[in-house]
Design a protein around this ligand. Structure first.
Ligand code: 4AD
Ligand code: MG
Length: 465
C-alpha cells in the first residue's frame, strides 16, 4: 500500500498507475447513475483521496453498499485525472476490501463539525478528525525540528530522569512516587483497593518538574546539551495553558551568558516555526481558516522580526502607563499574569517579547543574581495569544552566592550537595531555558485550549486511557 500524501505529492507520476491505499472512509455518496464516490483518509495528510466505484460491478456493489463513515478499507485501483470539482485526481476502484465496519447509527464521528469539548469525551476517536489529525502532524514536525536544530548546532541529547529527589522549581508542585505494598491486606476503602508504601526509594521520590538541574551536570561536562521529555506539575488549576503532564525541551549550555541564551532561544523558535511553515502548509491553512484568522501573520512575524527585549522593570512601567484596566494590578515585585503578557505581545509590541532581569524574590534559587542584588538574570519569552512559552536564565555559578540563595529560599543544601559541588569543582558560567512543547503547538496552530494539542491531556481529575 502507498500513503495518500505520497500520491498527492507527485500526482503526475501516479496517473494511470495502479495503487493500493488503506484508510478510513470519511463519506460515501451514491449517484443515480450507479457510481459511488467514497472519500478515504489515511491520516498521512489532511486531504481525502476520492475513490470512484462502479456499482454495476457486483463484487464492488456488495462491499460499497455497506461503506459508511469510519469504516476501515483497502482500495486497489487506478489513479485518474478527476473531472470533478475539489480534486485533481481520483482512484477508480478495481477492488475494495472492508476490514472493519463502523455502524453509522452509533459511530460518534459524523460528517459535521464537532465541538472540541465533545471530541475530548471521545479521545480514542478524535485523532480521526481533520483538526486533531493536523495537530498530530504539526506536533510531529515540531518535535523533529527540535532535534534537527540542536543536532545541527552541536548539542548532545541527554536523557534526564523522570523519577527524581529534587524539586527544581521549588514551587512544591510535585507528584510523589509511591509503590504498591504487596504485603498489605486489601484496603477496600481506597479507590483501587490497594495499599501503597513510600519507602521503595531511600528518600522521597517525585516525578520531575524539570530536567534542568541534571542537564546542568551534563552541560558542565559535554558543553552544550538538551533534554526533551515528559514533565509533571501537580498544579491544581484548570486553565487553557496548563497540564499536569507536558513535554519540555531544555537546552543547557556551558560558557553561555544570558545574552547568548536569549539569542539561542530566538534562533531556535524561528527554526522550528520555519520548519512547519515550509512543510505543513495544508494543515496550517486549516487552522488559519477555521481557528485563528491572524495565524499566518503571527507566524511569519515571528520568523521575520527580532524579538523585543525589555527588562522586567521596563515591562512594569509600560503596563502601568498602558491605561488598560487589568484584573490583576501590576506592581514591581509581582509575577506577570497572562493578561499582562498578552497586552505586551498583542497590543504594545505585536511580536514576541523577551523579558529579562526579574525580581530575585519571585524566581527559583538557581538563577544568577545580578549586580543590583534585587534581580536575577532570568529570561521569559512571550508570544502573542499564548503568553509565556519559554522560561530560562543564566545559572548561579558562584559558590558563595548560590549557598546564600539556597539559604534565603530554604533549599536544603545537604539534599543538593551534588549541585553545590558543580560550583566547587570547575564551575563555569552557564545558561539554559525550557520551552513547553504544548504551548509551542498552541502558538503554531492558534488553538485556544492546551487540551487539544496533546494526544492524551492530563489535567486535575483527568487521566483517561
Ligand atoms: O518557566 P518554567 O517553570 O521553567 C523551568 O522549569 C526551568 N527549569 C526551565 C529551564 O530553564 N530549563 O517552565 C518552562 C516552560 C514554560 O515557559 C511553559 O512553556 C512550560 O514550560 N510549562 C508548562 N506547559 C504546560 N503546562 C504546564 N503546567 C507548564 N508549566 C510550564
Ligand atoms: Mg516560567
Amino acid at each position: 500500500a502507498i500513503r495518500i500524501d505520497q500520491i498527492f505529492k507527485n500526482e503526475t507520476a501516479h496517473l494511470e498507475k495502479e495503487v493500493t491505499i488503506q484508510g478510513w472512509v470519511r463519506t460515501r455518496r451514491d449517484s443515480k447513475a450507479g457510481i459511488s464516490f467514497i472519500e478515504v483518509n489515511d491520516g498521512s495528510c489532511l486531504r481525502n483521496l476520492q475513490v470512484i466505484a462502479d456499482r454495476s460491478r457486483p463484487e464492488l456493489e456488495s462491499v460499497v453498499e455497506r461503506l459508511a463513515t469510519g469504516c476501515a478499507v483497502q482500495v486497489q485501483g487506478v489513479v485518474q485525472a478527476s473531472p470533478g470539482k475539489g480534486q485533481s485526481i481520483e482512484v477508480h476502484a478495481e477492488r475494495i476490501d472492508l476490514f472493519g465496519w463502523a455502524d453509522p447509527a452509533v459511530y460518534p464521528l459524523q460528517k459535521k463539525r464537532h465541538s472540541f469539548e465533545f471530541l475530548r469525551t471521545i479521545g480514542h476517536l478524535r485523532p480521526r478528525t481533520n483538526t486533531l489529525g493536523a495537530v498530530a502532524r504539526i506536533r510531529n514536525r515540531l518535535s523533529f525540528a527540535v532535534h534537527q536544530f540542536f543536532q545541527k548546532e552541536g548539542f548532545f541529547y541527554v536523557h534526564t530522569p523522570i523519577i527524581t529527589s529534587s524539586d527544581c522549581e521549588g514551587a512544591g508542585e510535585v507528584f510523589r512516587v509511591t509503590t504498591l505494598d504487596p504485603a498489605a491486606p486489601p484496603a477496600p476503602g481506597n479507590p483501587d483497593g490497594n495499599v501503597y508504601s513510600q519507602d521503595f526509594f531511600e528518600k522521597p521520590a517525585y516525578l520531575t518538574v524539570s530536567g534542568q538541574l541534571q542537564a546542568e551536570i551534563y552541560a558542565l561536562a559535554l558543553g552544550k546539551v538538551y533534554t526533551f521529555g515528559p514533565t509533571f506539575r501537580a498544579e491544581n488549576s484548570n486553565t487553557s495553558r496548563h497540564l499536569a503532564e507536558f513535554w519540555m525541551i531544555e537546552p543547557e549550555m556551558a560558557f553561555y551568558d544570558l545574552q547568548d541564551n536569549l539569542e539561542l532561544a530566538q534562533s531556535f523558535i524561528k527554526y522550528v516555526i520555519s520548519a512547519v511553515l515550509d512543510d505543513c502548509q495544508e494543515d496550517l491553512n486549516l487552522f488559519a481558516r477555521f481557528v485563528e484568522p491572524t495565524l499566518m501573520e503571527t507566524l511569519e512575524t515571528l520568523v521575520r522580526e527580532t524579538f523585543q527585549v525589555i527588562t522586567y522593570t521596563e515591562a512594569v512601567e509600560i503596563l502601568k502607563k498602558s491605561g488598560e484596566s487589568f484584573d490583576y494590578p501590576v506592581e514591581w515585585g509581582t509575577d506577570l499574569q497572562s493578561e499582562h503578557e498578552r497586552y505586551l505581545t498583542e497590543k504594545k509590541f505585536r511580536k514576541p517579547v523577551a523579558i529579562i532581569d526579574f525580581p530575585r524574590a519571585i524566581k527559583p534559587f538557581y538563577m544568577r543574581v545580578n549586580d543590583d542584588e534585587k534581580t536575577v538574570a532570568a529570561v521569559d519569552v512571550l508570544v502573542p495569544r499564548v503568553g509565556e512559552i519559554i522560561g530560562g536564565s543564566q545559572r548561579e555559578e558562584r559558590l558563595d552566592v548560590l549557598l546564600k540563595q539556597m539559604e534565603i529560599k530554604a533549599v536544603p543544601a545537604e539534599e543538593y550537595q551534588w549541585y553545590v559541588d558543580l560550583r566547587r569543582f570547575g564551575s563555569a558560567p552557564h545558561s539554559g531555558f525550557g520551552l513547553g512543547l504544548e504551548r509551542l503547538v498552541q502558538f503554531t496552530t492558534g488553538l485556544g485550549n492546551i487540551r487539544e494539542v496533546i494526544p492524551f491531556p492530563r489535567t486535575p481529575g483527568h487521566a483517561d486511557f
